[in-house]
Design a protein around this ligand. Structure first.
Ligand code: UD1
Length: 384
C-alpha cells in the first residue's frame, strides 16, 4: 500500500471530530480490522466535540476504541476551530505518515484535515461524499463542496450524490457508491437500544410521557439557522409547546440550543408543558426513543436518515435537505420553519397519513465492508 511519502505498512488515518462523525466511523474501523488482510488504522479525534454527553458517551455506545490521538481543539468561531484543527493535524500526519486520511461527513474537522492532507500529498478519502443542500449559507455545505473537490476517493450514500459530483466536474472514476455507514451502525446497535421510559426516568422526567396510548414525539434542534436567532427560536418553541398538548414530546437539547434558550429567556415556553427536556442523549437512548416514536421533528441530517431506516415519520424543520432520498423514498417531509406547515405535518401523521417509506439501496448494514474492500483495492493500485 502506498501514499506519497507513506511509511511501510502505514495506517489509514481516520478522523472524527463531532458527534455525527462517531456513528459513521465505528463500522468503518470494524470493517478495516475485519478485512482480509486487515487494513491498519489510526483513530484521531480532533476534539471539536468534547463534552462527555457529546463525545465519550457515544464512543462507549458505539464500541469505538479510544482515539490514538486527541487534538483537543474545542469550540471557537469557524475560522478558529478550522485553523486549530489544521495546525494540530499537520504534525500528526508528519509523525505517522499515513497511507491516506479518511474523513467522514461535513463538519469543520472534515474540511480542516482534508486541506492539510491534500497539500502534503497524502491521499484523502471522503465517506458520505456528494450530498448537497444547495444552500451555501450552511457551513456544512461549504465543507462538503470543498472536501469533495480535493478528495481522491469518494464514497456515496445515495445515487443522487454522483449527479452532484459530476455537475461539479469530479471524475466518475473517483466515486464509488458504497451505501450508508450510519445505517450499518443503526442495524448493529438496534438490538441494544434503551427503552424510552428508562431514558426518561434516568433524567428525572416522567416515564408516563412515553407510555400513553397517543404515543410521543422526539425533537432535536441545533442548526444555527433555527436556534441562533431569538425570534425564530421563540416561534419554534411556541409551536412545540402547542403540539405538546396533543402529543407529549421528548426534546434532547444540544448545548447550543440549551444555552440559547437561556440567553434569550425562553425557558417558560418549554417549562411545565408535556415536554421532557433532556440533555444530549447517548446513541442507544436515541435509537430507543426514535424507534418507539410516533414522529420525529428535527433539523439534523443524521436523524432524517435514521428515521427512514426505522420507518418512523420525520418532519424536518428546514427548507432544504442534502439527503433527498429520505424524502423521495423514505419517511421524511420538509416542513421548513413555518408554524402552520409544522402543525399541518403533525396533523397528517396523527391522522395516520405519515410516510411509510422504503429502505434505500445499500442502506443494508454492509456499507463499511464495501468501503474496506474498495479502499484496499484502490490503495494497492497506488491510490490513483
Ligand atoms: C457541529 C457541526 C454540525 C453537526 C453538529 C452536531 C460544523 C460546522 N457543525 O455543529 O454539522 O450537525 O456538530 O452536533 O462542524 N459545545 C459544547 N460541548 C461540546 C461541543 C460544543 O458545549 O462538546 C457548544 C459550544 O458552546 C460550541 C457550540 O456548542 O460553541 C457549537 O459547537 P460546534 O462544534 O461549533 O458546532 P455544532 O453546533 O455542534
Amino acid at each position: 500500500m502506498s501514499g506519497i511519502g507513506a511509511a511501510p505498512g502505514a495506517p489509514v488515518m481516520c478522523i472524527v471530530g463531532a458527534r455525527p462523525n462517531f456513528m459513521k466511523m465505528a463500522p468503518i474501523l470494524r470493517a478495516l480490522a475485519a478485512h482480509d488482510p486487515p487494513i491498519p488504522a489510526l483513530l484521531v479525534h480532533t476534539g471539536q466535540h468534547y463534552d462527555a454527553s457529546m463525545s465519550d458517551r457515544l464512543f462507549a455506545d458505539l464500541r469505538l476504541p479510544s482515539p490514538d490521538l486527541n487534538l483537543e481543539v474545542g469550540s471557537g468561531s469557524h475560522a478558529v476551530q478550522t485553523a486549530e484543527v489544521m495546525k494540530r493535524i499537520e504534525p500528526a500526519i508528519d509523525e505517522h505518515r499515513p497511507c491516506c486520511v479518511l474523513v467522514v461527513g461535513d463538519v469543520n474537522s472534515t474540511l480542516a484535515c482534508t486541506l492539510v492532507a491534500v497539500k502534503k500529498g497524502v491521499p484523502v478519502v471522503h465517506v458520505e461524499a456528494g450530498l448537497r443542500s444547495g444552500d451555501r449559507r450552511m457551513p456544512e455545505e461549504i465543507n462538503r463542496v470543498l472536501t469533495d473537490q480535493v478528495a481522491d476517493r469518494l464514497y456515496t450514500t445515495e445515487r443522487s450524490a454522483l449527479d452532484n459530483l459530476l455537475r461539479e466536474g469530479i471524475a466518475e472514476s473517483r466515486v464509488c457508491f458504497a451505501g450508508n455507514v450510519m445505517i450499518d451502525s443503526l442495524l448493529q446497535s438496534r438490538p441494544h437500544a434503551k427503552a424510552p421510559a428508562e431514558t426518561l426516568a434516568a433524567h428525572g422526567a416522567d416515564p408516563a410521557l412515553v407510555q400513553g396510548a397517543a404515543g410521543y414525539g422526539v425533537v432535536t434542534l441545533h442548526r444555527p439557522s433555527n436556534v441562533d436567532d431569538a425570534q425564530t427560536l421563540q416561534r419554534l418553541l411556541g409551536v412545540l409547546r402547542e403540539l405538546s398538548e396533543r402529543l407529549p414530546l421528548v426534546f434532547a437539547l444540544h448545548p447550543r440550543t440549551r444555552s440559547n434558550i437561556e440567553r434569550f429567556g425562553l425557558q417558560a415556553l418549554v417549562a411545565g408543558a408535556r415536554i421532557a427536556l433532556l440533555p444530549p442523549q447517548g446513541y442507544l437512548e436515541m435509537l430507543g426513543l426514535m424507534g418507539g416514536a410516533t414522529l420525529v421533528l428535527t433539523d439534523s441530517g443524521g436523524l432524517q436518515e435514521e428515521t427512514t431506516a426505522l420507518g418512523v415519520p420525520c418532519l424536518t424543520l428546514r427548507e432544504n435537505t442534502e439527503r433527498p432520498i429520505t424524502v423521495d423514498e423514505g419517511t421524511n417531509t420538509l416542513v421548513g420553519r413555518d408554524a402552520q406547515a409544522i402543525r399541518d405535518g403533525v396533523a397528517a401523521i396523527l391522522a395516520g397519513q405519515g410516510k411509510r417509506g422504503r429502505t434505500p439501496q445499500y442502506w443494508d448494514g454492509h456499507a463499511a465492508e464495501r468501503i474496506a474492500a474498495d479502499l484496499y483495492r484502490w490503495l494497492a493500485a497506488g491510490a490513483a
